[in-house]
Design a binder for this molecule. Structure first.
Ligand code: ATP
Ligand code: LTN
Length: 336
């Protein structure tokens, strides 16, 4: 609890360009949470290092992600929006918690198995201990709730196990976090293969709409989206392409699927796809304008970074000090 509010923590890795999947499935939902909860949103740049990055490009990408959080509407005065790497307590707690995590537990992580199979040339120890750093992120802020997608649930479970193990030995030190299930849990699929999640690391760029795509590109990608040989716009398991487009349309406009279906009675796929593109553009255009405006406000963004780093470090260091004390690490003598 911070000032009588429960704490909520989440973040995204600073890799790749965000897609409307990231926006509709995560960012958009985060916007509604800052009144009720004390929110921390991290730019998870340390996690990104499990994959080799180009330094100049990476520096830009991480900063761009922070600017995008703000452009999407997260208020940096009400939320703490910061870089994970600016708060050294993350790396420190990660080491300490690593000593309370078993190899067997980490070996079971499906994300590790998947990523190791994908990057056979660079199966580094960071990839293996990724969940421990994620546990540190969450536990440092005494987090009550973590809004994440299904794919991250296993990481949240191991976080809870580590925290419970620690508390079992040292008393009530760490808050046990719970997953926060979003009311509108959109799962956006690839436009080219509706059986696959739309993903920022997809090699087929036509499968994803990126948050920075211009209107022409969005129209072109929607027009090319895979549908089926019927002509009826209807939500059904047998029509994954059309259903995905309906999901995108309805989530962008805040309509139910039934309302969305009604909009397209007797309408052909061509016009339907145009309407989907327009719905996406109506969401992305103001965000892009705000993003471009903020990119010119270097001093403002710098001041936000400084302020929020300090706020994050204050809370994180409080927990870190407690953990170190419980472990019996010697305290620094005070200067006379
Ligand atoms: P990568 O392709 O690099 O693994 P990703 O695009 O799958 O990344 P993540 O960085 O793993 O995205 O996830 C960031 C957040 O966006 C998570 O909360 C995740 O649940 C959400 N998210 C990602 N893709 C989608 C999608 N297609 N639909 C809905 N939510 C999504
Ligand atoms: N692993 C997450 C990103 C992430 C995260 C976190 C999410 C790193 N640390 C702490 C929530 C809480 C991902 O890949 N989406």
């Amino acid at each position: 609890m911070i000032d009588d509010k429960k704490v909520l923590y989440s973040g995204m890795q600073a890799t790749g360009n965000l897609t409307i999947g990231n926006y509709l499935g995560a960012l958009k939902n985060w916007l509604s949470l800052n009144e009720e909860y004390e929110c921390f949103w991290g730019v998870m740049d340390l996690h990104s290092l499990t994959v080799r990055q180009q330094p100049a490009d990476f520096r830009k990408k991480a900063r761009n992600l922070l600017v995008l959080y703000i452009a999407a509407g997260l208020d940096p005065k009400k939320n703490c929006i910061y870089f994970q790497s600016h708060v050294s307590a993350h790396a420190e707690l990660s080491w300490l918690l690593g000593c309370f995590t078993y190899m067997g537990e980490l070996n079971r992580m499906t994300q590790f198995k998947e990523k190791a199979a994908k990057h056979t040339d660079n199966i580094n120890a960071g990839l293996f201990t990724y969940p421990v750093l994620m546990a540190a992120d969450i536990l440092l802020y005494q987090t009550d709730f973590v809004p994440v997608g299904k794919d991250q649930k296993q990481h949240l479970e191991i976080t809870r196990d580590i925290a419970e193990r620690f508390n079992g030995i040292y008393g009530d030190v760490l808050t046990i976090p719970e997953p926060y299930i979003m009311k509108a849990g959109a799962k956006i699929m690839s436009l080219q293969d509706p059986a696959k999640k739309m993903s920022k690391s997809d090699e087929n760029i036509n499968g994803s709409i990126y948050l920075m795509d211009d209107p022409d590109t969005i129209v072109r990608k929607c027009k090319r989206a895979v549908t089926d040989s019927e002509s009826e716009v209807r939500y059904s398991e047998e029509k994954p392409g059309v259903s995905n487009l309906l999901e995108i349309y309805s989530t962008c406009l805040g309509k139910s699927i039934e309302e969305a279906e009604k909009d397209f009675v007797g309408v052909g796929y061509g016009d339907f796809k145009m309407a989907v593109a327009e719905a996406v553009i109506s969401i992305l255009k103001p965000m892009q304008e705000e993003y471009n405006r903020l990119q010119k406000e270097k001093d403002y963004i710098d001041s936000i970074i400084l302020e929020n780093d300090e706020k994050a470090a204050y809370f994180a260091n409080k927990t870190l000090r407690k953990v170190k004390k419980k472990l019996g690490l010697t305290e620094k003598p005070r200067k006379a």
